[in-house]
Structures are given as C-alpha cells and as structure tokens.
Design a binder for this molecule. Structure first.
Ligand SMILES: Cc1cc2nc3c(=O)[nH]c(=O)nc-3n(C[C@H](O)[C@H](O)[C@H](O)COP(=O)(O)OP(=O)(O)OC[C@H]3O[C@@H](n4cnc5c(N)ncnc54)[C@H](O)[C@@H]3O)c2cc1C
Length: 369
C-alpha cells in the first residue's frame, strides 16, 4: 500500500518521503500468494464493488508499472474456479453472479461475450478442470480474477518509486506520530520529520503509532500460512478455490497454496504441524494429483485487518492533513491499484465516490475483527 500510494503521488508531482522500519515490501505483502479476486460476502456491497473496480484496473496498473521500470511482471488473467459445496453456497454464489454482471465495464479488456462470473453445473465444471474434485453443486467461475507474481510486483513498485523521485528511507522506524501539530510530525530515533500531509500505511504497526490511532485504527494481524509446491506438468488452469483453500497455478508447474486464517495467533509467524496438514490435505482433496507434488517452501504472514475485516481508507476524523490506508485483510494486493488512486484523490482534494467514503476511519472504531 505504501509503495503504490507513494508512486501514484510522486507521479502527480508530490514530493514523497517513504519511511520504512525494515526493508520495503517485506512484511504482509511479501507473504501474499497473488490471487486477485473480489471477496465473497453473503450480501455483496460497496467493498465488493471496489474489489471489482480494482481488478478491472489491474491490467493497466501492471502495464504502466512494467513500462515505467522496464521490468517483466508475471500477471495472468486465468479466472477463478470456485467449488460450490452446498445448496446455501450455490444460492449465495448465484447472487454474486448477478452482482458481478452489474459490475461490468466497457474498459475492462474482457471479451464482449464473456460474463464477469458464471455458474457451471458439475459436468461443465469437470470438463473445464478435469483434475479437480468437483461435487454435485458444480463451480462458480469468475473470469475477471487474475494472479500476479508478488515478488515481481513489489520489486517493480520499489523501482518505480525510486525512478519517480520518492525518497525511500529503509531502517527508519517511526516511533510515534504527532497529530495535533499544525503540520503532521513523525518521531524517529534521531529526531523528527514534519510534512504538509501524512499518509499512514503501516499495516499491523498502525495502532502503535499514537493513542488516538489505537482507537481510530485498531488494525490487528490475522495470521495465514501458505506454501509453494511444484508439479512436473500443469494440472490446473485456473485459480482453484475450495472453501478456505486456494491454488494459484503458474504455467511452469509451480502452485501456490493458501492459506490458514488464525486470528488468535497474534504476531506469531511460525509454521505449525496443523497448518501444514490443513494446506496439504486441502490441496489433495481439491486436486488429487497434487499428492505427488513436491513441497518447495512454506511460510506464514500477518494480514493487517481492519475492524469487521474491512479496510480503513481516508482522512482521520477532524484532520484534513493525516490519512490512513491500512487493514485490507485478504485483498491488499488486489486492492493496490484502487487504493493508490483513491488515496491520491483524497490527498489532492479530488472526487471520492459514495462507495469509497464508506471506509473513512471513524472516531471510535469497534475493535472487533
Ligand atoms: C498467507 C497470506 C496470503 C495472502 N494472499 C493474498 C492474495 O492472494 N491476494 C491479496 O490480495 N492479498 C493477500 N494477502 C493479504 C495481503 O498480503 C495484505 O492485505 C497486504 O499485503 C497488506 O499490505 P500493507 O501494505 O497494508 O501491509 P504491509 O505489507 O505489512 O506493509 C506495512 C509496512 O509498514 C511498515 N511499518 C509498520 N510499522 C512501522 C513503523 N512504526 N515505522 C516504519 N515502518 C513501519 C512495515 O515494516 C511494512 O513494510 C495474503 C496475506 C497472507 C499472510
């Protein structure tokens, strides 16, 4: 989030200093497996509309980033193939199909005759993904969903920031922020820095920056374990989702497998036996040929999560020069294009839509996840 916003602001002629406690792109973002899709909700609403909009912007975002930096960025729009597991799931899925057809856009780059989302019965679904264990309720396919190589993306963002003049200062931990001063001020180990405007994209570090932020931005970590496996030949051609398990396949046989959701784990990032079991069992039951895949690596990360699992994007209450962009939970990589554009519009006093205003930080947020 920090690098995407810094890049977009610098492109608009703003002089940006990016303060990072360690190295950029190493915390939650480096743990992501790069699935780009709208989140599912029993009743789709503003957040899903913003997710769709961000996915729609992704091809252009990647193209611009790649051209600006002369770097290849692995990006493919292969679509999401989601197994439907019950009657209730099917009812909800059909609502999403209807909702997604309303989120269609002429500049999407999708073929005219292709729906954004569709439901396939079990025969059609098996034909499309013969190695997947499709059940009686078939599958939902979201053609707008895509995948990105996250390490390519983060390296390109860092390079784009540097090229556009962002002053990146690694190993610079912000110890606190002073929000009441006329100009927002951040406290560092060796002094203070002030600026015209402050944008806080500190992920799980956000609430530690001031007492006010603890109330306004109670962002909490939700641990996720994930792994990389490989097969000799490709066995699936879409991002496959089966309840909490998802498989992101690349044409060279690599498959990223995500992920556990462990809100009770706090800041622990160990890989546990039950985590490995969840991922391996989930992968094999979704796609039986994966029993023979090799495990390449396994890791865990902490998803910065806003109240009620929704992001916080906008100015702080009663402050016109301090902004927040954090708490994107499972969709932070997917939301990068839209969030960067939105924060730029907020900070330059440009138009913000009613849907986007739903995520303005509130004076006393309910800290429950
Ligand atoms: C296993 C796993 C799989 C995931 N898969 C996906 C996926 O497929 N698709 C998707 O869209 N999302 C996915 N996510 C979620 C995604 O990773 C996050 O939503 C996103 O990376 C959050 O980005 P961020 O910039 O807000 O946070 P971060 O990447 O954590 O960045 C915050 C930065 O702030 C810095 N910071 C914090 N405190 C301070 C301080 N006091 N001073 C200076 N710097 C500070 C940190 O060092 C860090 O670099 C996944 C997450 C996990 C864990």
């Amino acid at each position: 989030m920090g690098m995407s916003c810094a890049w977009r602001l610098a492109q608009r002629g703003i002089q940006v200093t990016l303060l990072e406690q360690g190295a950029v792109g190493k915390e939650a973002s480096s743990a992501a497996i790069g699935a780009l899709w709208p989140s599912s909700m029993p009743t789709p609403g503003p957040l899903q509309r913003l997710h769709h909009e961000s996915l729609r912007q992704y091809p252009q975002f990647v193209k611009e980033l790649s051209e600006a930096t002369q770097r290849a960025i692995g990006y493919m729009r292969r679509g999401k193939f989601e197994l439907v597991t019950s009657d209730r799931h099917l009812t909800q899925g059909l609502k999403e199909v209807e909702f997604a057809s309303g989120a269609r856009s002429a500049v999407d780059g999708m073929p005219e005759d292709q729906p954004v989302m569709e439901w396939l019965d079990s025969d059609e679904a098996r034909q499309l993904e013969p190695n997947v264990a499709v059940g009686e309720f078939g599958a939902l396919v979201c053609h707008r969903s895509a995948q990105i190589d996250v390490s390519d993306l983060l390296a390109a963002l860092e390079s784009a920031c540097r090229q556009s003049g962002v002053d990146i200062r690694p190993n610079t931990k912000v110890l606190g922020v002073e929000l009441n001063a006329a100009r927002p001020t951040v406290r560092l180990a060796d002094g203070e820095i002030e600026g015209d405007r402050l944008l806080i994209c500190a992920g799980n570090g956000t609430p530690t920056l001031s007492q006010a932020l603890e109330r306004v931005a109670p962002v909490r970590p939700i641990k996720g374990q994930a792994m990389l496996i490989s097969t000799r030949r490709p066995v699936i051609s879409h991002i496959v989702k089966n309840e909490a398990i998802f498989l992101v396949p690349w044409p060279d046989g690599r498959i990223l497998v995500g992920s556990t959701t462990e809100p009770e784990a706090g800041f622990d990032i160990s890989n546990t036996v039950s985590g490995v079991q969840f991922l391996t069992h989930g992968a094999i039951s979704t796609c039986p040929p994966l029993a023979d895949a090799c495990i390449e690596s396994i890791w865990a990360g902490l998803r910065p999560t806003g109240p009620k699992r929704k992001p916080l994007m906008g100015p702080l209450p009663e402050r016109s020069n301090v902004y927040l962009c954090a708490g994107h939970f499972k969709v932070g990589i997917g939301m990068a294009p839209l969030a960067a554009d939105l924060m730029t519009r907020w900070m330059l006093n440009e138009t913000v839509t009613d849907d986007e205003r739903q995520f303005i930080p509130q004076a006393d947020s309910d800290p429950r996840l």
